[in-house]
Ligand binder design. Structure first.
Ligand code: FAD
Length: 456
């Protein structure tokens, strides 16, 4: 159970909302630093810039304040971003940086009104080098992948929300396609960041491990103006869809696929009840477990043998379904399942029990269903395939917070790692470093108020 209750956190954060005089003075000065057509106080623009996919959580939907930002600014350069931040700081205006608003914990939702800085106009790919790409924060993964492929490379990892931005992914995401081979954000994906505080307003560059406090920090440690991230040699990918009579055989085949060389870009596994929430697809036969993978063209035969060797049936192999499979992975599953069954609620889970004892895992919550995605839990340089396993989602019928968090306790007793997606408050082992970096980059607490929990 998140503490203190989120409604209280939202209430406390709202006290940072700007007063009418400060807001009016800020709006008077804003046109001097940003063209009028790149700022907006229209109710529609403010409302659109003040929501994300938090509605996927019945708990967050109930406590997120219905108080949009007061103004939206769309800087296109680092210089414009610095000028807007300097002005907001001078007037004491809270700031929430934003990409495409596809975060799903409410991390891009302003809790104190103020200014949303929408970075999507700052979207240029600045340079593609050997093994890395440097881009403005608002660049999307569609643009990054296209720029990389033009040089025979591809982005090493990307979220299933391919239209989202690199700045938003680094500040609000964790991993996705490519994580079987390359791990997570913290595993060497980020080479460098140019960050601006509130103050210091001029950008400073962080590299390597020094990027860590800015990753999955919701912008509280500074606004990312540009990022340099890892590329890998481009591969020719194809999609494989298979079905199995039971979880055990599907999971055993899935584990074998994880160890293909080159590694797959994605391996996902669904049970029949979850498949029933997806649009009908002959390659996802009703009543059967679905194993899906994005594999290199050169490993397709090996992958097909793994499927049949574990009693499965290959339903389809086609390069045309690679994009489709990404929309059946990670939190796209939550989005799809809740569209069909809005009573569902998700948890992000990991650990061996998901594969070894799925019935015990499902028994922790009413009507629970499992979805798995492949990942690299740790890197053993001597044997890169050793650290590959599964994490995923547990979707269940939502009753109330009490039932959900009692289920979380039971899951943890089973040895399941649970990441609570029903809180916008930062947490976990990175919190002390994030807190220390925020103290330097945001001494007045103007960046994304309410997301960094008060020290215990
Ligand atoms: P936003 O949602 O706009 O922002 C995310 C966070 O970053 C917010 O806290 C915001 O304040 C902050 N922020 C944005 N830009 C900046 C900046 N320039 N500097 C500092 N802070 C900034 N996530 C994954 O990791 N992997 C997945 O596979 C994945 N799949 C998803 C599927 C669905 C259907 C949905 C709804 C979400 C999924 N997500 C996933 C979460 C989210 O889509 C991704 O993390 C996405 O990359 C966020 O990018 P965005 O541009 O939408 O960021």
């Amino acid at each position: 159970m998140p503490t203190p209750p989120l409604a209280q956190v939202a209430q406390q954060a709202s006290r940072r909302a700007p007063g009418p005089a400060a807001l009016s003075a800020f709006l008077d000065d804003l046109p001097a630093v940003l063209p009028r057509d790149r700022c907006s106080t229209s109710p529609a623009a403010r409302a659109a810039a003040s929501r994300d996919y938090a509605y996927l959580s019945p708990l967050l939907s109930a406590v997120l304040p219905d108080r949009p930002a007061d103004v939206v600014a769309r800087p296109a350069t680092t210089g414009e971003l610095a000028a807007v931040l300097r002005l907001a700081h001078a007037h004491g205006i809270p700031v929430v940086p934003r990409g495409r608003g596809t975060g799903n914990y409410g991390q891009a939702v302003p809790l104190a009104g103020g200014l949303v800085i929408d970075l999507t106009r700052a979207d240029r790919v600045l340079e593609v080098g050997d093994g890395r790409v440097h881009a403005q924060a608002g660049a999307t993964f569609v643009a990054l992948e296209a720029a990389a492929r033009a040089t025979g490379q591809e982005i090493a990892m990307l979220p299933s929300t391919v239209g989202s931005t690199i700045g938003g992914f680094l500040a609000g995401g964790a991993g996705g396609l490519g994580s079987i081979e390359h791990g997570w954000l913290w595993d060497g994906f980020v080479h460098a960041l140019d960050v601006l505080g509130c103050p210091p307003h001029e950008p400073w560059r962080v590299t390597g491990a020094d990027c860590a406090p800015h990753l999955h920090a919701y912008g509280v440690t500074g606004v990312i103006a540009t990022a340099t991230v890892a590329l890998a040699p481009a591969r020719v990918w194809t999609a494989l869809l298979a079905s199995f009579p039971d979880w055990a055989r599907a999971a055993a085949a899935g584990r074998e696929l994880l160890h293909l060389d080159p590694a797959p870009r994605l391996v996902s596994l669904d049970e029949p009840a979850l498949i029933a929430t997806y649009p009908p697809d002959p390659a996802l036969p009703a009543g059967r477990h679905s194993l899906r993978a994005v594999v290199t063209a050169g490993t397709v035969d090996t992958a097909m043998r793994a499927v049949t060797g574990h009693g499965g049936h290959v339903e389809a192999v086609t390069p045309d379904a690679v994009g489709y499979l990404s929309t059946l992975s990670f939190n796209h599953v939550t989005l799809r399942a809740r569209k069909t069954r809005p009573e569902l609620c998700h948890l992000q889970v990991g650990g061996e029990p998901l594969v070894a004892d799925p019935d015990a895992v499902r028994a922790c919550l009413p009507g629970a269903m499992l979805h798995l995605d492949g990942l690299r839990a740790f890197l053993d340089p001597a044997d890169p395939a050793r650290g590959r396993g599964f994490a995923g989602l547990l979707l269940s019928e939502f009753r109330d917070a009490e039932t959900l968090y009692r289920g979380v306790e039971r899951l943890r007793e089973l040895g399941v790692h649970v990441v609570d997606p029903h809180t916008w408050q930062l947490g976990g082992p990175a919190l002390p470093a994030i807190r220390a970096a925020a103290a330097t980059a945001d001494p007045d607490g103007l960046l994304n108020p309410g997301k960094l929990p008060d020290p215990a």
